[in-house]
Design a protein around this ligand. Structure first.
Ligand code: PMP
Length: 437
């Protein structure tokens, strides 16, 4: 509990928050349930660094859970948001910036013809599922265990292992009738997907998949897996929804699809985006072919709307972020991820801790097991109990990791040699703490 004594202001802020916010937070993992102790309340962040209420400074590897591709408070993004705010916070009427942001996305992802902006990734996947059902006139949605697509009722489904299982709710309050039309399969299991299409093919509206999963730690798609999903959905008249909320505009200028589908010549019917495209403000999107997107009201019969959709501050932040995210920025993110991956591997090997460095492009996480993680069963079959000791030792040495061992570590273009040096210095002690846990 030494970490709590060093942070009296955060501890007091958490006590106060718990009296008025469920669990003291507005998104569960922030509460440190998986690592213990009171969460650090953050006062401010600049570049790769954040400072907590007690004045402790950390190199940040949470990265706002993805949006902070350029680091915190990037000057161009802050300036764009301030300029937009001075002109008005929102009008409930179209603005040109929405068109400009859609044009930027289309320029980066040639598979996209239309974009509908919403405020969160959850709204994006919810709408994508609705569109797929409308376009196909079918009901079933296939998803993969361990893939997270936001807190959409029908996508909060878990399943037994192995075979195709009709989904059971993963959360209280979700009706079994809703998840009964969700089929949950093990990730990277081509045979299970093929069997499911053989059995239910003509009832499947869509397969939804994270382009490269990063919500059970990072799990790279096996070579050809995404392409197989495209082939099977095509063959059976189903849609492929590629969820790039986390990977979009982070792993490359064109997201994960820009690394894979562009070269291989396949495209999904629908993309979902979020995080980086809002530059840190609430903005997300559904994108894809005109023939599908134009089913949305008012062009078509699928209802979807939002008071805050295309908000001027969010579109300004997104535009400024994409404009600053040039080839050099992507190279810096990649270099930082490579550097941290090497350093953490060396430190854990040095301390004799079994581990697998999980990578997908510039995405990175660490699993406490020897064999690579291929699916959710693998992700849970690791020495996760080592993570709290590792996390707290890193934090005590000035590096803030995600407060859960099943999350990705987010690098940014602002993680320079000074920040990387701090991480490298913290790792050997944290690796020993993990070994002794
Ligand atoms: N899809 C993916 C792949 C995500 O990682 C997330 C959020 N972590 C979501 C959807 C949901 O986005 P939001 O939290 O903005 O609702």
């Amino acid at each position: 509990m030494t970490h709590e004594r060093a942070r009296p202001l955060s501890a007091a802020a958490f006590e106060r928050a718990r009296r008025v916010l469920p669990g003291g937070v507005n998104s569960p993992v922030r509460a440190y349930g998986a690592v213990g102790g009171a969460p650090r309340f953050i006062a401010e962040g600049h570049g790769a660094w954040v400072r907590d209420l007690d004045g402790n400074e950390y190199v940040d590897l949470v990265g706002q859970w993805g949006p902070a591709l350029l680091g915190h408070a990037h000057p161009a993004v802050v300036e764009a948001v301030q300029g937009a705010a001075a002109r008005g916070l929102g009008f409930g009427a179209p603005t040109v910036a929405e068109t400009e942001l859609a044009e930027q996305i289309i320029a980066r992802v040639p598979a996209v013809e239309r974009v509908r902006f919403v405020s969160t990734g959850t709204e994006a996947t919810m709408t994508a599922v609705r569109l797929a059902r409308a376009a196909t006139g079918r009901d079933l949605i296939v998803k993969f265990a361990g893939c997270y697509h936001g807190h959409v009722d029908s996508l909060l489904a878990a399943a037994g292992s192995g075979v195709a299982t009709l989904g059971l709710p993963d959360s209280a309050g979700v009706s079994p009738a809703v998840t009964a039309s969700t089929v949950v399969l093990p990730y990277n299991d081509s045979a299970a997907v093929a069997r499911t299409f053989t059995e239910f093919g003509d009832r499947i509206a869509a397969v939804i998949t994270e382009a490269a999963p990063a919500n059970m730690g990072v799990v790279p798609p096996a070579p050809g897996f995404n392409r197989l999903l495209r082939d099977l959905t095509d063959r059976h008249g189903s849609m492929l929804i590629l969820d790039e909320v986390l990977t979009g505009f982070r792993v490359s200028p064109g997201g994960w699809w820009g690394l894979e589908g562009l070269d291989e010549g396949w495209r999904p019917d629908l993309f979902t985006y979020g995080k980086v495209i809002g530059g840190g403000l609430p903005l997300a999107a559904i994108a894809g072919n005109a023939s599908v997107l134009d089913l949305l009201a008012p062009a078509g019969p699928v209802y979807q709307a939002g008071t805050l959709s295309g908000n001027p501050l969010a579109t300004a932040a997104g535009l400024a972020t994409l404009r600053a995210a040039d080839a050099d920025a992507y190279a810096r993110v990649r270099r930082a991820a490579d550097h941290v991956a090497r350093a953490v591997g060396d430190a854990l090997s040095g301390a004799g801790v079994a581990h697998s460095i999980q990578r997908a492009g510039s995405l990175l996480s660490v699993a406490f097991r020897r064999a690579p993680v291929r699916d959710y069963d693998d992700a849970r079959d690791q020495d996760l109990w080592r993570y709290p000791a590792f996390f707290h030792a890193m934090a005590d040495a000035g590096v803030l990791l995600p407060p859960s061992g099943l999350e990705a570590w987010f690098l940014s273009a602002a993680h320079d040699d000074v920040a990387l040096g701090r991480i490298a210095a913290a790792l050997p002690g944290a690796a020993r703490a993990a070994a002794d846990a």
